[in-house]
Design a protein around this ligand. Sequence first.
Ligand code: ADP
Ligand code: 5SP
Length: 478
Amino acid sequence: MPHAAGPLVVGVDSSTQSATALVVDAGTGEVVARGRAPHRVSDGPGRESDPEQWWEALAAALRQCGPAARDAVAVSVAGQQHGLVTLDGRGAPVRPALLWNDVRSAPQRDRLLGRLGGAAAWAERVGSVPAPAFTVTKWAWLAEHEPEAARATTGVRLPHDFLTERLTGRATTDRGDVSGTGWWATATGSYDEEILGIAGLDRGLLPEVLEPGEPAGEVRSALPGLPLRPGALVAAGTGDNMAAALGLGLRPGRPVLSLGTSGTVYAVSQQRPADPTGAVNGFADARGDWLPLACTLNCTLAVDRVAALLGRDREAVEAGGSVVALPFLDGERTPDLPDASGLLTGLRHDTTAGQILQAAYDGAVHTLMTALERVLDADADPAGPLLLIGGGARGRAWRDTVLRLSGRPVLVPEAQDLVALGAAVQAAGLLSGEDPATVARRWRTDRGPQYDAVDRDEEAVERLTTALDRAKPLLAPR
Ligand SMILES: Nc1ncnc2c1ncn2[C@@H]1O[C@H](COP(=O)(O)OP(=O)(O)O)[C@@H](O)[C@H]1O
Ligand SMILES: O=C(CO)[C@@H](O)[C@H](O)COP(=O)(O)O
């Protein structure tokens, strides 16, 4: 282990596919140890994951960090947003968690929209028109399909709340992650009793919402198999996208594109978002500002699936041709087409497999680029670099596609695991009393190669826009 200049902190990313733990020198931002352990997500009609598995993966990732984890004096857990974790009186999951990318609650979402006066009323109140990703729609689905599970539930948590509570013994959440539930009003900064009433959820089942900079508690003693020091400070944690924003020390108006299981585009804003079209989710960030964000369900996994179907390496793309792929294998959230499936159009005799694969990348990136125009507020620099993060940022085909369809320069931070790093930033800020943005900028986490802008491929953008418009009746069967 290198000699550390400052105290050590731990940052955790409990994402859709895995848990990543980093032990970081709070003085310099140097990552002194890293561990990663996978999670399982169900396939079939829904997307579920056992929260006990997240806890085991967290412990396994920490064990991989070796003795450094036990030396850490502060810890923070960031997690995939929106997931519905239902707990019984002993703190055990009543059933597997319903994840953000489970679209079964689309009919419940439609009914909830009507009960509060429509999309615009939701946007004005909670900052977002809830997608079927939002926790409130999942609770409504559970109450309707598994009423006995809903009745057995005495605690409702988000993924990062669940893990943080296991560490501290205290039921807490933060303003960033809670802003993706649908039952926390960004207009008032509090739980919305009317929405809770409509959803049939008792306020007493929910955790306390911590203010930015407030601690969640301390690591409890007697956590067998967990190599963390009892008494280490535990920060509030937050949702994964909010954590990446912390990790980058993101300044308002700087756009981020994250390519992971989900594709997300976002920027910090100082104005509270409320987009009545539903394209932009008006989340709170973890520092007291806002994080307008658009999210797609089909990103790296969908493109990797197309590559596997074609029997090609994910980098084996070919330019040219007129094929268009709308890779909505999981249904889609942006655009709002929960019942959609994948669509291929424009095939010709001379279309190659590499062109079909390139079309899948184009389809995944195009929806994010269209959403980016709505995410950025009037103050944002329209020509500034896009920060490219997430597992896909390591792929050349992803990077080239983003350059070609955005027309912007692209900066790929050298720092990897920006969600876990953002959690570490939060833990370090809690320890020193600094603003997390100051910590991240001291750590210089946004350093990395910048790729020059190329002319936007207007022909491809036009083909995709037209195909999407024409295909909507086919993709929205309800
Ligand atoms: N070298 C690479 N090139 C392209 N894609 C990659 C590379 N390494 C990982 N990925 C993609 O990154 C994805 C995981 O990204 P990640 O941001 O860790 O996801 P999540 O946070 O949703 O669990 C995988 O699905 C894989 O397709
Ligand atoms: O639903 C959203 C954002 O609103 C997703 O971004 C989830 O937070 C999952 O993130 P990853 O596991 O793909 O990082």
